[in-house]
Design a protein around this ligand. Structure first.
Ligand code: 5GP
Length: 213
């Protein structure tokens, strides 16, 4: 297998459970995946720690990062900036790690341009009604916020066809093992294994030259 890491994008509607899938994936396969930590201008939620969930930035700091080309991609979502710091992701890829970017759709499409071989996964609940129930069930948002999230989801759903696979998050364990096996299969793609193929072709060519050892 060619030993550069793979870029994996995990997107999905707010409330689809992508954060939970990520947590379970990292716990179930320790050391196999690295998670990119984004920069954002939104305020930390209770319990969030700078440098763990996000690098929390002011608008000025974020705009400096844009100007200095420090971001692989960035997008505006819900009146805030979100972006993927470039250096960290490139370092992990060079180390051969699979890097997961948990980002929204506009950013995902920018990543597709930079890394045409990135694997783009979209997490969705089984139905629109279930998404609404899950958002209401969180109990933290009032109905207006839930309706606003659903309208964002409706717009995002128009871009689902740009992704490689959808992950229907009905049962969390199934969703996690689904993501893991998609990533494993993706590693076996011919396009990702050209060095191995060249090597074995060369080895086998020796036999056709009549070498016996
Ligand atoms: P939240 O504020 O709920 O943590 O995230 C809001 C949205 O921003 C989610 O869809 C999340 O996946 C997305 N997001 C988080 N980090 C990034 C990033 O670096 N780039 C982009 N484009 N989206 C991001």
């Amino acid at each position: 297998m060619d030993n550069k890491g793979m870029v994996i994008v995990l997107s999905g509607f707010s409330g689809a459970g992508k954060g939970t899938i990520m947590k379970h994936l990292l716990a179930a396969y320790p050391g196999e995946y690295a998670l990119s930590i984004s920069a954002t201008t939104r305020s930390p939620r209770p319990g969030e720690v700078d440098g763990r969930e996000y690098f929390f930035k002011t608008r000025e700091q974020f705009e400096d990062m844009i100007r200095n080309h420090e971001l692989l991609e960035y997008a505006s979502f819900n009146q805030n900036y979100y972006g993927t710091p470039k250096d960290y992701v490139e370092k992990l890829l060079d180390e051969g790690k699979d890097v997961i970017l948990e980002i929204e759709v506009q950013g995902a499409l920018q990543i597709r341009k930079i890394f045409p071989q990135a694997l783009l996964l979209f997490v969705t609940p089984p139905s629109g009604d279930i998404l609404k129930e899950r958002l209401l069930g969180r109990g933290t948002e009032d109905i207006d916020v839930v309706m606003q999230r659903l309208s964002i989801a409706s717009r995002e759903s128009l871009l689902m066809e740009q992704y490689d696979y959808i992950i229907i998050n009905d049962d969390i364990e199934q969703a996690v093992s689904g993501v893991h096996s998609l990533i494993e299969s993706e590693h076996e793609r011919v396009l990702r294994n050209t060095s191995f193929i060249r090597k074995i072709q060369k080895e086998l060519a020796q036999f056709s030259k009549g070498e016996t050892k």
